[in-house]
Write a protein that binds this ligand. Structure first.
Ligand code: NAX
Length: 325
């Protein structure tokens, strides 16, 4: 049996965590032979709720779980951890616009970024809490001792939603759709790019109607979160947890040659300013190695979409400039 790794989840009493922690405990994320010690972080008023969730985790008696730590202290939660899911943040309420949400949640990620400097040298940090790209940027700036390539934000839900829509439209199974790529911000602006995607080995563009791909498909993926809230009366939780597990699984163990979408700190790729946390097509090579797929020729439509995401993320960055110290 391998030595256990330490996995932190913030917002551990919340909805996404309620699915996510069970998937981690089952081995879906780090492998069926990898034991874990769970470090669960919550705010003080939610500690009683967290204690109930911890009781349920104990009652599930997962063989891979070698310990569960619950705390409201980020320093304790991130001490020596190998993987971190930054899920905890304030959800957007009806009276808040995106700018209000950015200002409400940004300060959480300065404190947690500093505390992340206590993590293990191999740490991988996935920000899920919204606005996730900019929250990851804040954490990365505050956690300066941690290499920048360890800070990711989650666009895998948009990626999976894209696969779901393409499979449904083509009448094939989800597994038949490959190599979709989501560019940019986890917001309505994000761009699900199907230019290299295939359905049953054939280019998506030869199987599905071009007008649908450039219109309804993009709008449906971009507004899916709102559609779920309207229908379910609550925001995406199980699918978000699944996406977080998919992202961390591929980062940790490899994506098996598949293109996956990950928001990472740009090194200037495709004209995206250095340091912005921006979603690119990536391939994960295993053992924590990943690379942005290079050399794609982009058409004018893609260039416009990519530029709109840069503009949006730069304006979010300006809105939190005082937190990027
Ligand atoms: P919940 O409101 O159910 O849970 C959030 C939890 O975070 C609460 O228990 C709260 O006490 C805790 N929390 C707040 N501040 C904290 C802090 N400083 N430290 C630790 N915990 C803290 O929300 P949930 O449905 O779980 O969603 C969590 C976040 O994920 C939200 O920001 C949501 O917008 C975001 N999402 C991101 C997605 C993505 O694709 N990147 C998709 C799903 C989701 O919308």
């Amino acid at each position: 049996m391998k030595a256990p790794i330490r996995v932190a989840v913030t917002g551990a009493a919340g909805n996404i965590a309620y699915s996510l922690m069970w998937m981690i405990a089952n081995g879906d994320c780090f492998g069926p032979d990898q034991p874990v010690i769970l470090h669960l972080l919550e705010i003080t008023p939610a500690m009683e709720k967290l204690s109930g969730v911890m009781m349920e985790l104990e009652d599930s008696a997962h063989p891979l779980v070698k310990g569960i730590v619950g705390t409201d202290d980020a320093n304790k939660a991130f001490d020596g951890v190998n993987a971190v899911f930054l899920v905890g943040s304030r959800p957007r309420t009806a009276d808040m616009n995106r700018a209000d949400l950015i200002r409400a949640n940004g300060p959480i990620f300065t404190g947690q970024g500093k505390a992340l400097q206590r993590a293990n040298g191999d740490v991988k940090i996935l920000t899920v809490g919204n606005p996730c790209n900019t929250n990851a940027l804040i954490a990365m700036n505050s956690g300066k001792d941690v290499p920048q390539d360890r800070f990711h934000a989650m666009t895998r839900l948009d990626h999976n939603r894209s696969i779901g829509q393409l499979a449904k439209k083509a009448g094939v199974s989800f597994a038949d759709v490959k190599d979709v790529a989501v560019w940019g911000n986890h917001s309505d602006t994000m761009y699900p790019d199907v230019s290299r995607a295939t359905i049953g080995g054939k280019p998506v563009t030869s199987v599905l109607d071009a007008a649908w791909l450039k219109g309804e498909f993009i709008t449906t993926v971009a507004t899916r979160g709102k559609g779920i809230i309207k229908a379910r009366g609550a925001s995406s939780a199980a699918s978000a947890a699944q996406a977080a597990v998919d992202h961390m699984h591929d980062w940790h163990l490899g994506s098996d040659g598949k293109i996956v979408s990950m928001a990472v700190a740009s090194q200037g790729w495709y004209g995206v300013p250095k340091g912005l946390i921006y979603s690119f097509p990536c391939i994960c090579k295993g053992a924590g190695a990943f690379e942005v797929v290079s050399g794609w020729d982009l058409d004018d439509f893609a260039k416009q979409k990519i530029a709109a995401n840069i503009t949006e993320l730069e304006s979010e960055k300006t809105a939190v400039a005082d937190l990027l110290v």
